[in-house]
Design a protein around this ligand. Structure first.
Ligand SMILES: Cc1cc2nc3c(=O)[nH]c(=O)nc-3n(C[C@H](O)[C@H](O)[C@H](O)COP(=O)(O)OP(=O)(O)OC[C@H]3O[C@@H](n4cnc5c(N)ncnc54)[C@H](O)[C@@H]3O)c2cc1C
Length: 382
């Protein structure tokens, strides 16, 4: 057992750390307050190869692995979660379904644009009426000649409405299984397809510089060649993508939790009260020590899940634990970091205020904390 990173992983971590500190940190607060998507930052991330990290070079990727992606996400989230989730959703929810389940033609058509960050893909599973119960899918696709005609809507879809969004993959009911359950398949719907409408962006509590929309499909026609993977396997494919994506969200949570430690150490040394830095008070030291303990433990949990994934072992339980523990660690650290910053922690221009607003979604997106507990309990045979 060795938790030390390889030289390549360490070098990647360092270069993403520099990007986060030098390019993201100085400007992201302004994008956040304007609820604006940071195109130039995303372009620079693409130029560094971040959107191609876990994909082979033949598709324009960097030939790295899933741990490399997680490390990059962690370092970005240490400074800002909107940028981190744009990368997380762009790869693990956007390009990965095409890489894992696409035909050679679909891979050749889409991956080279997605792995360079020139284009983004989105993942449309959640619907206005079905989130945790995603198998309830009400969106339907009906075969008509050589096409499928899609009707329905999807809710809260990340990266779905930017100027560079190329496609969304969506699940839709295509029939009934022999046991009477819904047969769910998935489809690639390119941006601009007639009948596919991107609704205005939501006004969100956090992740304000990331892109999230409701999507509508009204007699939206796609060719049969746009089915992604086998007919009837759409839901199972999306669940596997979510299992893997949870490790990346856990890494994002660790980044936020560690960012809270960074900001708290810095502030505690500089803020004076009762004639001395507040860092001298043991009550403050203990809070920060506990924050570091949570960030460190959460990191080990996602390293473990990523190592199992890379070894080709079952990683479902480890991924659920990493996501559950990491997200709760992030929320707790954000609350404590705000407390250490006193009144300044409640002012939006302070980084920890952004961390606080960004932390809550980690207990909701890509499977709520309750769903993670259900997964862990099931894995224990309950
Ligand atoms: C900013 C943002 C970005 C997102 N990006 C995407 C995306 O790119 N693609 C995508 O498909 N989705 C996306 N989502 C959707 C997200 O994954 C869902 O919001 C999440 O899965 C929860 O679903 P829900 O909101 O419908 O809540 P619900 O499922 O309605 O849950 C409501 C509450 O009930 C609890 N609950 C539900 N079932 C059970 C149960 N069996 N036992 C105990 N408690 C239960 C939940 O844990 C929760 O507390 C995003 C959401 C947000 C807010």
């Amino acid at each position: 057992m060795d938790f030390r990173l390889t030289e390549e992983h360490e070098a990647l971590r360092q270069s993403v750390r520099e990007l986060a500190r030098e390019v993201v940190a100085p400007v992201i607060g302004d994008f956040y307050e304007r609820h604006a998507f940071p195109y130039e930052i995303v372009r620079q991330m693409g130029k560094m190869g971040l959107f191609g990290l876990p994909f082979p070079e033949e598709y324009g990727g960097m030939g790295g692995d899933y741990l490399a992606l997680c490390l990059a996400i962690e370092e970005l989230a240490r400074v800002d979660s909107s940028v981190a989730v744009t990368l997380e959703a762009g790869i693990s929810l956007g390009a990965m379904p095409i890489y894992r389940y696409g035909t050679p033609a679909q891979r050749r058509q889409w991956l080279p644009k997605l792995t360079t960050g020139e284009a983004l893909a989105a993942f449309g599973l959640t619907e206005p009426g079905f989130g945790s119960d995603a198998g309830g899918t009400a969106t339907r696709a009906v075969a008509d000649g050589d096409d499928w005609v899609i009707n329905g809507s999807k809710a809260f879809i990340t990266n779905s409405g930017t100027d560079i969004t190329a496609l969304v993959t969506v699940t839709a009911v295509t029939g009934v299984n022999p046991d009477g359950s819904k047969e769910i398949s998935s489809f690639i719907v390119p941006s601009g397809t007639p009948g596919f409408t991107v609704q205005p962006g939501y006004s969100k509590v956090g992740w304000c510089a990331s892109d999230t929309h409701e999507l509508s499909f009204d007699d939206c026609r796609v060719p049969a060649a746009n089915m992604l993977g086998e007919r009837g396997r759409g839901f199972a494919q999306f669940l596997r993508i979510l299992d893997e994506g949870r490790i990346a969200i856990a890494a994002l949570a660790v980044g936020l939790a560690q960012g809270c430690v960074d900001e708290s150490v810095r502030y505690a040394k500089q803020r004076q009260a009762f004639g001395q830095p507040i860092a001298n008070f043991q009550a403050i030291q203990f809070k920060i020590a506990d924050m570091e303990m949570r960030a460190h433990t959460a990191r080990l949990a996602y390293y473990d899940a990523a190592a199992r994934l890379l070894a080709g072992e079952d990683f479902k339980r480890a991924a659920a634990i990493a996501k559950l523990y990491g997200s709760e660690a992030a929320v707790t650290n954000a609350r404590e970091a705000t407390q250490i910053h006193g009144g300044y922690g409640f002012i939006n221009e302070t980084p920890v205020a952004r961390f606080w607003r960004d932390s809550k979604i980690l207990e909701i997106g890509e499977g709520t904390s309750e769903i993670q507990r259900i997964i862990i309990a099931r894995e224990l045979g309950l």
